[in-house]
Design a binder for this molecule. Structure first.
Ligand code: MN3
Length: 203
């Protein structure tokens, strides 16, 4: 069974004015679609690997034959990362998390404001393309950035929230202003789905 591009769970313009419709259309229909196509191409003839859930595939890259490992890492990572990214945003998102997630953030990072600053900082300092992550590792919440399409699951972590800082995520509206994009991005967050990822990551 080949990997499939999930439908965007809202309209292209749902995240306006923070993320413009054209960016969302190209990001989902072209970039994410290409990761899925190229992942399936790399895994052609490897039915055992293609039948794995994407998170299982990426948690054990050593089981992927060396000649296709980089393609699986990059395109599989792109597929998993974007599948989460669409779900943790929504129309009318933003505000602050509640419940256990809010408590976890407070006890790990001091305050919600400090947490935001750290996530933004990880994203701004990531040279070139990558992601800023909230993750659970060793039972604790942490903030890290990753290069390219790497996902925390590739190094023993569990992703809770990932912010795409590739230029394709913001260039049409923000050009070189990655910090402005990151600041605006918080207005799109779907804290309910981030809380679901947190609950799953703690298990
Ligand atoms: Mn992207």
């Amino acid at each position: 069974m080949a990997y499939e591009l999930p439908a965007l769970p809202y309209a292209f313009d749902a995240l306006e004015p923070y993320i413009d419709a054209k960016t969302m259309e190209i990001h989902h229909d072209k970039h994410h679609a290409a990761y899925v196509t190229n992942l399936n191409k790399a895994l052609d003839g490897h039915a055992d690997l293609q039948s794995k859930p994407i998170e299982k595939l990426l948690a054990d890259l050593d089981s992927v034959p060396e000649p296709i490992r980089a393609a699986v890492r990059n395109n599989g990572g792109g597929h998993m990362n974007h599948s989460m990214f669409w779900k943790i945003m929504k129309k009318g998102g933003g505000g602050e998390p509640k419940g256990e997630l809010a408590e976890g953030i407070k006890s790990s990072f001091g305050s919600f404001a400090d947490f935001k600053t750290k996530v933004n900082d990880a994203g701004v300092k990531r040279f070139g393309s990558g992601w800023s992550w909230l993750l659970v590792k060793g039972g604790k919440l942490a903030i890290e950035s990753s290069p390219n399409q790497d996902n925390p699951i590739m190094s023993g972590g569990k992703p809770v929230m990932g912010v795409d800082v590739w230029e394709h995520a913001y260039y049409l509206k923000y050009q070189n202003r990655r910090p402005d994009y990151l600041e605006a991005w918080w207005n799109t967050v779907n804290w309910d789905t981030v809380a679901d990822y947190y609950a799953a990551a703690k298990k």
